[in-house]
Design a protein around this ligand. Structure first.
Ligand code: ATP
Ligand code: MG
Length: 315
């Protein structure tokens, strides 16, 4: 039975000042994050910055050298089984038992979490439907393509109906349709009240999927500065006028916060707007000045722009 306190507590997972070294390599130096129920959070950072190491610690699969994790108030290192029962982990590379069928894989995991045989096979059946693998239910996992294995891995992370889902690069290897399905599935899991943490390098896709973003560089989670950068990136809009039109002149007299686009002529510019309303007002002004605008909208992916402007390199 769920208590009222659990229903009301918005925080599903809280991590404070985690660190972890492997020998001389300080993989995670200082990482903190909060996952709220019903939200999807992106974990973004360059190769080797410590995302997988951090996720393993959050999932209770790797012991931190310092710092704290609580999952619904429980410490995964102290209250191992009950904390881990609340967490679903999807690794970046699925280790499947190749001889087991998809159904057997899910039933085995369900049973390991304490479900009866009947419950476990019912859950396996509905999860295989949910990840569009029903027709492979009786096939051994070794016949699955990489993308299909990813989907089986996601189903496996869901067998015990966890409150928190930690997905490491779930979109890698997925074709465009499967990515869209993944996005819809992740959103629907969040709307059921789960907290989802998702790492990915495909930032433009995360834009539409996530509510919050945590940036990480060299083992450290970047707090406010990264959030501010995302907000700034969201407010950057591109104006494109018909060839030969001078947007720059019109913008100068509108005294807006604008800049030319490198390599483009004066028919194109980027403006900083406060919000959509502000953008609409600016568009009205430009049109009244007689500029013939052919396109006006946010500049690409806000997460991608924020990521690039943070300028954190690989290690
Ligand atoms: N088991 C391990 N033993 C030794 N070093 C490790 C181990 N796991 C990770 N590291 C090192 O820790 C650092 C962080 O690795 P991690 O896998 O967490 O990065 P990541 O952000 O997930 O990278 P990617 O985007 O490539 O998946 C790297 O320098 C890596 O070489
Ligand atoms: Mg990784």
């Amino acid at each position: 039975m769920t208590t009222t306190a659990e229903v009301e507590a918005p925080t599903a997972l809280e991590a404070t000042r985690l660190r972890r070294a492997f020998g001389a390599v300080q993989a995670v130096v200082d990482a903190s994050l909060t996952l709220e129920r019903g939200t999807v959070t992106a974990l973004i950072g360059p190769n080797g910055c410590g995302k997988t190491t951090l996720m393993l610690m959050l999932a209770g699969l790797l012991r931190p050298d310092g710092g704290e994790v609580t999952i619904g108030g429980l410490d995964p290192m102290q209250d191992g089984a009950s904390a881990r029962a609340r967490i679903g982990w999807m690794p970046d590379v699925l280790g499947t038992w190749d001889s087991l069928t998809c159904t057997e894989t899910l039933v085995t995991f369900g049973r390991a979490y304490g479900a009866s045989a009947a419950e476990a096979s019912q859950t396996a059946y509905s999860l295989l439907q949910r990840v569009h693998l029903a027709e492979y239910a009786a096939q051994p996992a070794r016949v699955l393509s990489r993308g299909q294995k990813q989907r089986l891995s996601l189903a496996r992370a869901l067998v015990h109906d966890p409150d928190v889902l930690i997905l490491d690069e779930p979109a890698s290897g997925l074709d465009p349709r499967s990515r869209i399905e993944l996005r819809d599935l992740v959103r629907s899991l969040a709307s059921e009240g789960k907290a989802v943490l998702i790492s990915s390098h495909v930032l433009s896709e995360l834009d539409e999927m996530v509510d919050e973003a945590v940036f990480m560089a060299r083992g450290v989670t970047l707090g406010e500065s990264a959030q501010a950068e995302v907000a700034r990136a969201k407010a950057r809009w591109r104006v494109v006028a018909l060839p030969g039109q001078d947007v720059h002149e019109a913008l100068s007299s509108a005294t807006r916060d604008w800049s030319p686009v490198e390599g483009a002529d004066s028919s194109t510019a980027v403006v900083q707007v406060a919000d959509a309303e502000d953008a609409a007002a600016l568009l009205g002004k430009l049109v009244r000045k007689g500029v013939r605008i052919s396109a006006f909208g946010p500049v690409g992916s806000a997460l991608e722009q924020a990521y690039l402007s943070l300028d954190q390199d690989r290690r």
